[in-house]
Ligand binder design. Sequence first.
Ligand SMILES: Cc1cc2nc3c(=O)[nH]c(=O)nc-3n(C[C@H](O)[C@H](O)[C@H](O)COP(=O)(O)OP(=O)(O)OC[C@H]3O[C@@H](n4cnc5c(N)ncnc54)[C@H](O)[C@@H]3O)c2cc1C
Length: 458
Amino acid sequence: MSPPEIDARTAHAAGVERLLESYRAVPPTASVRLAKPTSNLFRTRAKAQTAGLETSGLTGVIAVDVNTKTADVGGMCTYQDLVAATLPHGLAPLVVPQLKTITLGGAVTGLGIESTSFRNGLPHESVLEMDILTGAGDVVTVSPTEHDDLYRAFPNSYGTLGYAVRLRIELEPVEPFVALRHLRFHSLTDLVAAMDRIVETREVDGEPVDFLDGVVFSAHESYLTLGTRTSVPGPVSDYTGQQVYYRSIRHDGALTRDRLTIHDYLWRWDTDWFWCSEAFGAQRPWVRRLWPRALRRSSVYAALMRYEQRFHIGDRIERLNGRPPRERVVQDVEVPIDRCGEFVEWFLATIPIAPIWLCPLRLRGAGWPLYPMRPGRAYVNVGFWSTVPVGLIDGETNRLIERTVTQLHGHKSLYSDSYYSPEEFGELYGGDLYRAVKQRYDPDARLLDLYAKAVQRR
Ligand SMILES: Cc1cc2nc3c(=O)[nH]c(=O)nc-3n(C[C@H](O)[C@H](O)[C@H](O)COP(=O)(O)OP(=O)(O)OC[C@H]3O[C@@H](n4cnc5c(N)ncnc54)[C@H](O)[C@@H]3O)c2cc1C
């Protein structure tokens, strides 16, 4: 072990000790929760009454092993910090969620996705082993062969079975640049057919496709962006300044090309939180010039959004203008690729939200019980993040989306508002198995239950 690695392991061990002390300080009658400076969770939560778990010592990269192409990382390490440690070695995590402050533990327990997911699956599938603080207060190492029940039930458990304090993950080689092709489609059927082909062949016109995602602006204007790793030097674009990435995708021809550094490609969606920075005026040229570059990032918009939610500023403005308050529709859903066109057509005709993000994925191996997707089958993640006028009942539009997704044999991520009944929820998210694992690793229910957290907003 090198001296810096010894230091990092010592610091991590001290961090675990502080975490355990803070666990022991929580009264036995109170729920155990994380105290973490950032979050990408969107649902509102009840305010905690007691101090949360101390996680400040678990935010580092412990070691990057170039030979085995693996990294050992603290559970609350952000992907931004991890990528900063791996790129100098020409390596990256197999899936890097787009928002810089998403942590390894958060992406594994709450499911992340990105444009490598059509070949690398989801972030938890590249976890070789994890140390988890269970509800019972033990730190156990889990892997496909040790405590495999917890290893398999952890993805989509949102910290209700335990907290990941260390993860060992696989890395893959990357090149310094990504060459982009933006393909335009005038029909969603054509776009989905092309996406399906690329998921299978991983190439278009003889050029390999290493990264694949898409944006739908309307039924007649949609794009697939194909990325190819390359070491060929040359000019690159910069979308952290005055230009906005998602706008650069749009064109009237069949194909445009672009190039980014691998760093800027991985964080291309963070600068403007996909397109959501528009809500804060950050895409207006004069505002953009004044908005400090370092503050053009998703964590800043997320903080502004939380402030807005807390004080209902948007609803007050709507009321002043004589309009009804708005329902938040911030969701990511997965539908089988053969139902994707149908879902998006329905969505565009029914819900007044665009653009929409598309990201194909296929599991690498066996299925995962709390988010049951069929191994070997291709799905498409559809992301939409906005508001609509409120309906007659609470969460009317979100409920309609939930029903439609279930009818199409899809699933919904649980980072945002959900309205399922306990029975539906149990059927969709591995109910019986979840309860058995919960009973084994959190027998006194020190951690919240998944339904309480995801639907009852506790
Ligand atoms: C607008 C929006 C768009 C999104 N888009 C994407 C996307 O495109 N791609 C993508 O990959 N993801 C996306 N996400 C989802 C995001 O990846 C998940 O919400 C993820 O869980 C956030 O991780 P975090 O580290 O910020 O965790 P937090 O937001 O802090 O926590 C999320 C949940 O995970 C639990 N948790 C946190 N750390 C740990 C840990 N170490 N061990 C166990 N449990 C833990 C918390 O208790 C909490 O329940 C999006 C979220 C939002 C709000």
